[in-house]
Ligand binder design. Sequence first.
Ligand SMILES: [Zn+2]
Length: 138
Amino acid sequence: MLYNNISNDMAVCANCFQSIEENSSNCPACGTNVIFDGENKSVIDRIEPNCLIHRYEGSDLLEPAFLIKEARANCKVATRLKEYPKPITVPKSKVYKFDDKILGSVKALRNERTATMYRYDQLIGKHFEKLQPFNNDN
Ligand SMILES: [Zn+2]
């Protein structure tokens, strides 16, 4: 059986989100018939984001995630395949509707900022290299 995911060597059941072994014919957790491809595909082998999360206070990292379970105050979400069986908990107020445009813009700006900060560090470093040692004899 072939997985058509490159980054992650696993698949999860689309019904119960538990891990599926490569050669299983049924999900060990819920018994769903395992179909790896085609119209009746019953596994998830790549992250299928349906929300955005902001989980680090003070950070502006926005992450695509898949909402597994919604409770009163918190949500269980997965940001990668291996988190489907073991989702992370995020306060409901930090879970947003998926928006590709906003996600893309925030990502691009974060990258731009990182590149700019790197450039400034280099420029400042060049000035530091020019500093002369202090000499009392002058
Ligand atoms: Zn299952």
